[in-house]
Design a protein around this ligand. Structure first.
Ligand SMILES: NC(=O)c1ccc[n+]([C@@H]2O[C@H](COP(=O)([O-])OP(=O)(O)OC[C@H]3O[C@@H](n4cnc5c(N)ncnc54)[C@H](OP(=O)(O)O)[C@@H]3O)[C@@H](O)[C@H]2O)c1
Length: 324
């Protein structure tokens, strides 16, 4: 059975629980992937300027709107990149995203990371003196960017939210503006359940979208789809390991955005599998020996020398997040 469940945002809008991720979906792959997804029932697409593939997503949207789906029946999320955090840049980048996608509005626009980069020098501005690092803008605060997001015309974005924000960072922007984000999109899977952040967001009415539900998308890192507990539950349920991991996220009530560019996987990832409480608990137990966060920009090339999450490995960073 295809996933048909919806979740409701604090704006009253609803979105399908399972969406299609598009990070690292290559040119010539993503247009096809989006078209296949929409033809097979996906209505929620996760996009971003930094994925550098929104033109192709736009080409796919042209093929399916309105012949397969009406624009208003799709839920399109995109994200403001770090080099456009400065208040005068926020709407400019949004306009570029709308142009690339060939649509008049987004359903949801997120601050992609709680990190501002120097503006107007490309997506990864080189640090002027430290080789291998990006130039962080430590003057523009999260509150500055959040205010600019809130000021975006409702005709262009139906809802605004954040991504990769911690409790402290969310508290800071709410305190500065009184406005609660609609969504926090975060890495979440059985090795990184993020229980405290999920509970905090639930209490505040902030919807969680879980990214990297299959663990990660990075070359050379172990995949959660190869984990023996995941595989044995999948065998028992006559399901794929990916379906089991997506079901684990769905069981927690938030939305989940697995990425694939392969037709069979796009289709099977969208087939709903029911987990028993016992299976859910067994998967949740995977994090009991310590969590694994895959997506830490301090470890990227080029390095972002900023402590975002308070992970041990980030302790050597030069900057901390400038909240307000
Ligand atoms: N807000 C953020 O900062 C942020 C960060 C990361 C991700 N995201 C979003 O979340 C989406 C999902 O996260 P992700 O891309 O990091 O990781 P993911 O969805 O957990 O995993 C994607 C990887 O799993 C493979 N895969 C997909 N279906 C599979 C299946 N049925 N069996 C085995 N392998 C399968 C994909 O390869 P194939 O394509 O070859 O199938 C790809 O290598 C992204 O695409 C992006 O839209 C957001």
């Amino acid at each position: 059975m295809s996933f048909a469940k919806t979740c409701t945002l604090n704006t009253g809008a609803s979105l399908r629980q399972i969406g299609l991720g598009t990070w690292l979906s290559k040119p010539k792959e993503v247009e096809n992937a989006v078209e296949i997804a929409v033809r097979n029932g996906y209505r929620h697409l996760d996009l971003a300027m930094i994925y550098e593939n929104q033109d192709e997503v736009g080409a796919a949207l042209k093929k399916v709107i309105p012949s397969v789906v009406k624009r208003e029946d799709l839920f399109l999320t995109s994200k403001c990149w770090n080099s456009s955090h400065q208040p005068d840049q926020v709407e400019k980048e949004l306009n570029e995203t709308l142009k690339q996608l060939g649509v008049d509005y987004l359903d949801l626009y997120l601050i992609h990371w709680p990190v501002a980069f120097a503006p107007s020098k490309g997506f990864y501005p080189a640090h002027p003196t430290v080789e291998g690092e990006v130039e962080i803008d430590d003057k523009t605060t999260l509150a500055d960017t959040w205010k600019a997001m809130l000021a975006l015309p409702k005709s262009k974005v139906k809802a605004v939210g954040v991504s990769n924000f911690t409790i402290e960072q969310i508290e800071g922007i709410i305190k500065a503006t009184g406005a609660v984000p609609a969504v926090n999109q975060i890495e979440a899977h059985p090795l990184l359940p993020q229980d405290d952040l999920v509970a905090y967001c639930k209490e505040k009415g902030i919807h969680i979208t879980a990214y990297s539900p299959l663990g990660n998308n990075l070359v050379g890192k172990p995949k959660l789809t190869d984990d023996s507990t995941v595989i044995s539950i999948a065998k028992k349920l006559n399901a794929t390991p990916a379906q089991v991991l997506i079901a684990w996220g769905a069981y927690r009530g938030y939305s989940v955005i697995p990425k694939s560019v392969q037709e069979e996987r796009i289709k099977s990832n969208f087939q709903e599998v029911q987990l028993s409480k016992e299976d859910y608990d067994a998967l949740t137990g995977l994090s009991k020996n310590g969590h694994t966060r895959y997506n830490i920009p301090f470890t990227y090339t080029p390095r972002w020398s900023i402590n975002i999450f308070g992970e041990e490995i980030e302790k050597g960073a030069t900057y901390s997040v400038n909240i307000a």
